[in-house]
Design a protein around this ligand. Structure first.
Ligand code: ZN
Ligand code: ZN
Length: 723
């Protein structure tokens, strides 16, 4: 009393407690803690009830340090052995993530009730220790304590997180026996558990039996259907809930938008957007992010931008949705710009951003840009992330630097099947068959299980390097040792492998023996092999087969007419071309990309729009003279590869790849290697002339075509003319 200033009327502890519990109840937790301190300053002695309220406030705030202080005071006051106090301490420590402290209190408690046990169970679920939560649940019943609705919610969450359907069904039985099935919280958790364990039928049974449903019940059903890929059903539920007068919240619309995004259902997405605007949820950042993502995934970049501009705040998820959306829609250059912009606005990229940006660099062959991104990854400490690392390996390989890809690969602290597949794909693309086989062996030694994509990569590496016996062995081992059934991609690789090596009959037998309906891709590989080996008879047979399946496949006509042309039969060659035009099969336009001074330039066949066209043509003219002197003879018979309206020789100079090479030569310093990407396979004449050019101008020229990489240096190509 002496410590008290005169004149202050001391409140009875009951009045303090009443005020305290009101703050806690209203969620004014900071005020509650201030009051708790004030009360002690003013000399009031906290009782059991005061402590319980203070601990509750710490639990909701997640304030572990404050909680420990309250615990200290509580020990001094001698209230520790009380079961209510003990339970709230356990709850506080569990909610603050300190399971160890929770256990310490729990073990010291002289008696425990259902609240104590439930707090322990929920704490373990929260820390991702579902198994331990289930053990506690069993132990609790063994000790004769009856579970209540909170306990069941915790245990069902544990089952959901571990995807243990049988365990979940047992808990459901106990719930029915205890008469708690009609409790709305328990019902919601049951739906959630069944949906997460993949049993929508059970979720429906519970849902239909519920006497009353709230927004959480509907959300659990909607999210469950989204997760199981039943987006249409999720949208129906969304409609139905509103008819029944339940107002959707942000969780509902985020779920429904995800369904629209993954189903690329733009119409439905717009309809949901309309509802969002009406319900005033548009300003929620999660909702905004899902809207941006939905429009981007549906290919509506402009609509994504509209939402993006309207958002009051944007986080890394918003920017990622935009970056990935632009990558997906083919606006890769724009994706890289967005990446710069997000950083200017102070948003730090995360691993998802980096994976998206590396993907853009890889498809643009923007090696220098890729190197800069790599630097940023190192600075942000994400280099050891396995997803980021795998994307780096992939980016370097696809940008033509298999050396950098190997360097990153060797430095990675851990590698998964995606990492190994990236390096194997790189080896395949660069024609490094032996290295691919070595890597594959190493991968198996390190205990990483290859998947079907890994085999596609390693088989195509064998095919590009002409390793027939090795490829056959691997293919057999895939089916026999790894139990991976051969898919179309594997058959296509094998047909390619056999066909290129000249085993045409075996290749044809392989296509005929395919159990899955022979898809055109496998026949196309065989037709390509017929071209390499000049087998006109088989080519006609194969072409007929493909055209039965895909009458508008222009590539078939092109290959066949080239085969006739190479065999010297100009008449048949022209026949095929006429047929192609009659059937309206349009050739794909040849396109080439080159990165010069950090910018990617695009060229199409006979491109006349480029501002430097006069210089480019002058350079081609100059090269053509030098090539002629060096013994280059243009091969006119194969001119049909990628030109829409062919006029033979003159057009050879206009193949998009040659334009890009000339452009690269005049805009870079002598000796700079050129990196080029092409959407089609390199034609034979472009291949030959690039070999000449690499020798004449003493430059390394790297070309990534639809199939693989060609490194031209000093008159030789790394593919050894085997492509
Ligand atoms: Zn060409
Ligand atoms: Zn080559």
């Amino acid at each position: 009393m002496a410590a008290m200033a005169p004149g202050i009327v001391q409140l009875h502890p009951f009045a303090w407690n009443q005020k305290l519990s009101k703050y806690v109840k209203d969620g004014q937790l900071d005020k509650a803690m201030q009051l708790f301190q004030q009360m002690q300053r003013e000399g009031a002695t906290p009782d059991k009830f005061t402590f319980i309220q203070a601990i509750k406030a710490c639990a909701c705030l997640g304030a572990l340090q404050d909680g420990r202080l309250v615990h200290q005071q509580l020990i001094q006051s001698g209230c520790e052995s009380d079961v209510f106090v003990g339970s709230s301490l356990v709850d506080m420590y569990a909610k603050c993530g300190s399971i160890k402290d929770a256990w310490r209190v729990f073990n010291k408690m002289p008696s425990r009730d259902v609240v104590t046990w439930s707090a322990m169970i929920l704490g373990h679920v929260k820390c991702g220790q579902g198994q331990k939560a289930l053990e506690l649940f069993r132990q609790m019943q063994h000790d004769g304590v009856q579970p209540n609705s909170v306990t069941f919610v915790g245990v069902l969450n544990a089952c959901a997180s571990m995807i243990v359907l049988d365990e979940g069904r047992c808990v459901h039985l106990q719930i029915i026996q205890s008469g708690l099935e009609s409790n709305v919280f328990v019902g919601n958790s049951l739906i959630d558990m069944y949906a997460k364990c993949g049993s929508l039928e059970d979720a429906w049974i519970v849902f239909n039996k519920m006497p009353s449903r709230d927004v959480v019940s509907w959300n659990a059903m909607i999210l469950g259907h989204v997760k199981c890929g039943q987006g249409q059903k999720a949208l129906e539920l969304f409609r139905q809930m509103q008819q029944e007068g339940v107002q959707p919240n942000y969780v509902t619309v985020v779920g429904v938008l995800n369904a629209c995004a993954s189903g690329i259902a733009l119409e439905e997405g717009r309809w949901v957007h309309h509802h969002i605007v009406q319900s005033g949820l548009e300003m929620n950042v999660f909702v905004g992010n899902s809207l941006v993502d939905m429009y981007a995934k549906c290919g509506r970049i402009e609509d994504a931008w509209k939402v993006f501009h309207k958002m009051p705040s944007r986080d890394v998820v918003t920017w990622n949705a935009m970056v990935l959306g632009h990558v997906k829609c083919g606006h890769k250059q724009k994706a890289l710009e967005l990446f710069q912009q997000m950083q200017q606005e102070g948003v730090r990229p995360n691993s998802v951003t980096f994976v998206g940006v590396l993907n853009a660099c890889a498809s643009l062959i923007a090696l220098e840009e890729g190197r800069r991104v790599h630097q940023q990854i190192i600075q942000s400490g994400l280099e050891s992330d396995v997803f980021v690392g795998s994307s780096l390996v992939d980016m370097y390989a696809k940008c033509g630097s298999i050396e950098d890809a190997c360097r990153v690969f060797n430095k990675m602290p851990s590698r998964d099947v995606v990492t190994w597949t990236a390096i194997l794909g790189g080896c395949a693309m660069h024609g490094h068959g032996r290295e691919a086989l070595k890597h594959f062996e190493q991968m198996c030694d390190e205990g990483v299980q290859p998947d079907d994509i890994t085999f596609v990569c390693v088989l195509s590496a064998c095919s590009h390097a002409g390793l027939v016996d090795e490829g056959m062995c691997l293919y057999a081992s895939m089916i026999r040792d790894y139990m991976i059934p051969a898919k179309l991609e594997h058959y296509t690789c094998m047909v390619d492998l056999l066909g290129r090596a000249g085993h045409l009959q075996e290749a044809e037998n392989m296509v005929m023996a395919m159990p899955c309906k022979p898809h055109a891709a496998a026949w196309m590989a065989l037709l390509g092999a017929c071209r390499i080996h000049g087998n006109v008879g088989m080519a006609e047979r194969v072409a007929k087969r493909i055209l039965e399946m895909e009458p508008e496949n222009a590539a078939v006509y092109v290959l066949l007419s080239n085969i006739y042309a190479a065999a010297g039969n100009r008449h048949l060659c022209e026949n095929v071309e006429r047929q192609r035009k009659e059937r309206g099969a349009k050739k794909q336009l040849g396109r080439t990309w080159i990165e010069v001074n950090n910018e990617v330039h695009t060229f199409v066949v006979q491109d006349q729009d480029h501002p430097q066209m006069i210089e480019i043509h002058a350079e081609l003219q100059r090269l053509s003279g030098l090539m002629h002197n060096a013994g280059y003879v243009p091969c006119t018979e194969l001119v049909l590869d990628d030109v829409e309206e062919e006029e033979k020789v003159s057009h050879l100079c206009h193949h998009s790849k040659k334009l890009a090479i000339a452009f690269g030569l005049i805009n870079t310093a002598p000796g700079t290697p050129l990196r080029i990407r092409k959407n089609l396979r390199v034609c034979k004449d472009c291949h030959t002339s690039t070999k000449f050019i690499s020798k004449i101008v003493r430059r390394a020229i790297m070309v990534r075509d639809a199939n693989r990489f060609h490194h031209f240096e000093d008159g030789v190509c790394s593919c050894m003319d085997y492509w």
